[in-house]
Design a protein around this ligand. Structure first.
Ligand code: NAD
Length: 335
């Protein structure tokens, strides 16, 4: 029996993490969930945005499943998401973006893996007002973190039979910071001659992706570009309700969807739980429960392809609970 920390999060987080619990319960994998929240709700209850109990739980269990957490814009507390990634040094944010049969989009052959550096760049949050009307934000790129994410991307490509890694950058303008990132990825690429390597400037990458997404395989990016390109890529396959993710460190991993807390649809039983359910499948892969992970992916694919129980974001009419039940039902039939 594995114990895993569950952070329900804010907004739709409660609904989509409940879906994850139900789907895993439908498999034959036994998990004990240690439920501890972070963010605004946790602050109201404990006076801490990241309660000590949450940190203790993640440190002990080494694996967490996280719902999205709301971050105030332009003011207020530092992102809990970024804080947890930095605290546990989950340096690789891995986001597979794949077309799903049954969802109408301009493309049906998208199969990308975004490997986003997760520990530095502008997310260090080093910013200040230099003087009234002038603000400065510092972008930190280090050799250590860039080599580490490059190594992760190529190792991932090798382990998953991927053919090409594309480094995404803006080293034409940020010659020193993005230049360092690129130098590091190039150095790693030399160690993997069997994997094709190319470099694309981030603005061009955005255009290439919305025109020819099938040309790309594994993308490795610094933190901010990785964040933006992830949402763009999610749009190629039907939206944020579908794209899973994981934050991988040396010995701790936190699994979460790419999407945020979607306050507009929170509490309405409208959220698409697919992204979180597929993140749960990634978590099962990570703990070597590959058969159950595949069962979940197959059940999701079948339910979406059949189209009877799909949520409104992908053109259906089903509620969060209905699609979750349909996925659980498919899983139970296969056991
Ligand atoms: P968002 O991802 O919450 O929503 C963007 C759009 O996608 C909205 O139209 C939303 O309704 C839709 N959407 C997202 N997830 C969906 C789902 N599962 N099913 C159906 N539709 C879905 O992004 P935002 O509005 O920019 O951010 C809202 C809040 O979430 C902010 O406070 C932001 O900081 C936070 N956020 C948190 C995380 C995280 O916890 N990792 C990630 C991104 C944003």
């Amino acid at each position: 029996m594995k114990t895993i920390t569950l952070i329900p999060g804010d907004g739709i987080g409660v609904e989509v993490t409940a879906a994850v619990q139900k789907v895993i319960a439908a498999t034959d994998v036994a998990i004990t969930w240690e439920i501890v929240n972070g963010g605004e709700e946790a602050y109201k209850a404990t006076g801490q945005y990241i309660p000590d109990a949450l940190l203790e739980s993640i440190s002990k269990n080494k694996i967490a499943f996280k719902g999205p957490i709301t971050t105030p814009i332009g003011t207020g507390f530092k992102s809990i998401n970024v804080t947890l990634r930095q605290k546990y040094n989950t340096y690789a944010n891995v986001r597979p973006v794949k077309s799903i049969a049954g969802i109408k989009t301009p493309f049906n052959d998208v199969d990308l893996v975004i490997v986003r550096e997760n520990s530095e760049d502008l997310y260090c949050g080093i910013e200040h007002l230099v003087t009234e009307g002038v603000a400065e934000s510092i972008k930190v790129i280090t050799k250590k973190a860039s080599l580490r994410i490059g190594e992760y991307a190529f190792q991932y490509a090798k382990a998953h039979g991927r053919k090409k890694v594309t480094a995404v950058h803006k080293a034409n303008i940020m010659k020193i910071s993005d230049g360092l990132f690129l130098d590091c990825i190039r150095a790693v690429a030399k160690k993997y001659p069997e994997i094709e390597y190319e470099e694309v400037i981030v603005d061009n990458m955005c255009m290439q992706l919305v025109m020819y997404p099938e040309k790309y395989d594994v993308l490795v990016l610094p933190n901010l570009y990785g964040d933006i390109v992830s949402d763009l890529a999610a749009g190629l396959v039907g939206g944020l309700g579908l794209v899973p993710g994981s934050n991988i460190g040396e010995d701790i991993a936190i699994f979460e969807a790419v999407h945020g807390s979607a306050p507009q649809i929170a509490g309405k039983n409208l959220a698409n739980p697919t992204a979180c359910i597929l993140s749960a499948a990634m978590m099962l892969d990570y703990i070597n429960e590959k058969a159950a992970a595949n069962l979940i992916r197959e059940a999701v694919a079948t339910v979406i392809k059949e189209g009877k129980y799909t949520t409104t974001d992908i053109g259906g009419t089903a509620t969060t609970e209905e699609i979750t039940e349909a996925i659980c039902d498919k899983i139970k039939r296969q056991l």
